[in-house]
Design a protein around this ligand. Structure first.
Ligand code: GAR
Length: 217
């Protein structure tokens, strides 16, 4: 099995990063986390990556006059670690079309909503405001348009009457931590790939499950 060399890009606490590092520590996982790169020197995730023995790099966007300069510095780090694939995990910088196109089909993101609903920020608050009874998270390939790329995997959670932004976020993040390793595995072992702007799957899956919200229980 060839393990693809993956970089995780973070800006903050890095809990999704930890779930990917843990998954990749299993011998049968088809990816190794070769680099964690943060655009913020104070990102809490950096210490967590170091504690796990992963190489880290800081490319501070504030130290670069333009987005292109910033991204050139990131590309240099990625090249020096021979990175084949990028996972964005709470990486809060908008990337230029040039960077996104260089990594087309080789860069994925996790987003805390059931895309294409609630692109952008404050996804949990907006779901509560709309009164939806299911919400969730999505892993998708990154394309130039924000949060609009082809969908690789989604997880759904119920929304309950007493939910706050925090309680809903807490329910979604548990699923993010399961979904992201699952999606990365599918991409790195060749089960899912990007073709003509769509995600193609090499095998079918069990279509018998469903989530009813509210449940009758
Ligand atoms: C996660 O909920 C992730 O889905 C979200 O930021 C959080 C990062 O948490 N990403 C976005 O909103 C991207 N548009 P983490 O640093 O603990 O993984």
């Amino acid at each position: 099995m060839t393990r693809r060399r993956v970089a995780i890009l973070i800006s903050g606490r890095g809990s999704n990063m930890v779930s990917l590092i843990e998954a990749a520590s299993q011998p049968d996982f088809p990816a190794e986390i070769a680099l964690v790169l943060s655009n913020r020197p104070d990102a809490a995730g950096l210490e967590r990556a170091e504690a796990a023995g992963i190489a880290t790099a800081i490319v501070d966007h504030k130290a670069h006059p333009t987005r292109e300069d910033f991204e050139r510095a990131m590309d240099a780090e990625l090249a020096s670690h021979d990175i084949a694939f990028i996972c964005l995990a709470g990486f809060m910088r908008v990337l230029t079309d040039g960077f996104v196109e260089r990594w087309a089909g080789r860069m994925v993101n996790i987003h805390p909503s059931l895309l294409p609903l609630y692109r952008g920020t404050r996804t949990h608050r907006r779901a509560l405001e709309d009164g939806v009874l299911v919400h969730g998270c999505t892993v998708h390939f990154v394309v130039p348009e924000l949060d609009a790329g082809p969908i690789i995997a989604q997880a759904v959670v119920p929304v309950v009457p007493d939910d706050t932004e925090e309680s809903l976020a807490a329910r979604v993040i548990v699923q993010e931590h399961k979904l992201y390793p699952h999606a990365l595995r599918m991409i790195c072992d060749g089960t899912a790939w990007l073709e003509n702007g769509r995600v193609v799957f090499s095998k079918g899956w069990n279509a018998s499950g469903s989530l009813h919200s509210p449940t009758s229980a």
